[in-house]
Write a protein that binds this ligand. Structure first.
Ligand code: SF4
Length: 116
């Protein structure tokens, strides 16, 4: 469910409402979580959980969260995604060098003061 909602889009709003009407609330408490109700809510809204949680994303796909600009470049995030899939880590820029993530104009004070 976390994967579905983390990667989901605005269409999930009607699923949320439907699940709520079916009694889904406080779902992070195991004793309250009713997966069957969520499945039924998705079915009623003609949406597929797997579409959100398991589908492979292509590089050029427009993501629901693309409307948010946190400063980090999309290309940087995509490269990090590809590296993660290859189990390649990126060194902490505070301890190594700048990876040009896109925050160059705002990060310098944080990076400079690291460890103080
Ligand atoms: S030093 Fe700043 S711009 Fe460079 S990778 Fe780190 S956070 Fe990003």
């Amino acid at each position: 469910m976390e994967a579905v909602f983390a990667r989901g889009d605005r269409r999930l709003g009607k699923v949320l409402e439907e699940a709520y009407k079916r009694g889904c609330k406080f779902d992070s408490w195991r004793e309250n979580f009713n997966f069957a109700s969520w499945e039924e809510s998705f079915r009623k809204c003609n949406l597929d959980m797997s579409f959100y949680a398991h589908r492979k994303r292509e590089k050029e796909e427009v993501f629901p969260w693309d409307i948010i600009d946190c400063g980090v470049k999309r290309q940087y995030l995509w490269t990090e995604w590809e590296k993660a899939r290859q189990e390649i880590s990126t060194e902490d820029c505070r301890l190594s060098y700048c990876h040009s993530c896109g925050l160059e104009d705002t990060c310098s004070e944080i990076v400079k003061n690291y460890g103080d």
